[in-house]
Design a protein around this ligand. Structure first.
Ligand code: 13P
Ligand code: SF4
Length: 305
């Protein structure tokens, strides 16, 4: 089957088999075209609850499929490519959180959604890059232990100097490839361009950028801006999507090195194989894991609106 035939077959089969396909913004455009919903981590979590279908296929990384299973335990949830993990989510375990809680007993524990379901069982509230400032701003607590990404955490902390933060020493290996020198070089090469970055970038980069936000936040900003040129500091798939969706504007990657192999691994063939039962993996969590990891995710939805 060529690409168009494969897409048509996936669209036909997903109706026949009552499947909802969710695609993260970093997935290839050809996967967006067969998805029922495309979005950032927060949007995907909300959509997981709303989906009417009995089966969900996640085109993204493992923690996203786990979040869907937690929010919709009655559904069969599949990760389209079983090898798609998030290296940042794998940096910290539940045991690491429990140890840090002993060090910071008077802190509320906020975890980025890019964490395992098991880790989420030990924290108070989950945030995503798009919802974090609102959620943490709405918390009555003043002392925050933020895990595992100190870059996202530091970006939030700057926006609320009245709160104090403690961090874990983690971070996204792909976004941390972008440097302040890349920003200086982009300003030199493209002086008219606006620089839009993800808050997983290091502080020296977010401080020099014109805008920092989630994957869909960056796309929305670029689409709505009257500017004509943009330098994009996040996984480079977003540059490709914006070039397709806004052909009248020009987009450059801030660094060619900002690539997440895990996010780029999933193919149309994987989705087809997942539907046919020959690829992918069904996400299975125990009732106790679901109950305990759901509590901080529900708090995120309640505080994030
Ligand atoms: P978003 O929350 O912006 O979708 O980001 C998820 C992610 O993995 C960024 O690297
Ligand atoms: Fe994880 Fe970074 Fe890849 Fe996002 S880009 S999935 S945070 S490794």
């Amino acid at each position: 089957m060529n690409k168009k035939e494969l897409q048509a077959e996936i669209l036909r089969l997903k109706k026949e088999k009552d499947i909802c396909i969710l695609a993260h913004a970093y997935q290839d455009h050809e996967l967006w075209e067969v998805a029922d919903y495309m979005g950032d981590s927060f949007g995907l979590s909300i959509q997981a609850q709303k989906a009417e279908q009995k089966n969900v296929i996640m085109c993204g990384v493992r923690f996203m499929a786990e979040t869907v299973k937690t929010l919709a335990p009655e559904k069969h949830v599949y990760l389209a490519n079983a090898d798609a993990g998030c290296p940042m989510a794998q940096q910290m375990t539940r045991e690491d959180v429990l140890k840090m809680k002993e060090q910071y007993p008077d802190h509320i524990v906020c975890a980025y959604i890019n964490t395992t379901a098991d880790l989420k069982r030990a924290v108070d509230v989950i945030v995503t890059s798009s919802s974090a400032p609102k959620i943490i701003g709405n918390l009555p607590d003043e002392k925050i232990l933020f895990v595992p990404d100190p870059n996202l955490g530091g970006w939030i902390a700057k926006q609320m100097p009245e709160k104090s933060f403690a961090f874990f020493d983690g971070g996204c290996p792909s976004h941390m490839m972008i440097t302040a020198e890349d920003v200086a070089e982009a300003r030199r090469l493209h002086p008219e361009a606006e620089i839009l970055v993800h808050p997983e970038c290091v502080a020296e980069v977010t401080e020099l950028a014109d805008y920092a936000g989630s994957t869909t936040g960056i796309m929305k900003y670029a689409k709505e801006s009257s500017g004509k040129e943009f330098v994009i500091g996040t996984e480079n798939s977003i540059v490709e999507h914006l070039r397709i969706e806004c052909p009248e504007k020009t987009f450059y990657p801030l660094s060619e090195k900002c690539v997440c192999d895990n996010m780029r691994i999933t193919t149309l063939e994987d989705v087809y194989g997942c539907i046919m039962g020959t690829a992918g993996e069904e996400i299975l969590l125990s009732p106790q894991e679901i109950e305990e990891s759901r509590r901080p995710i529900d708090r995120m939805i309640e505080l994030g609106g």
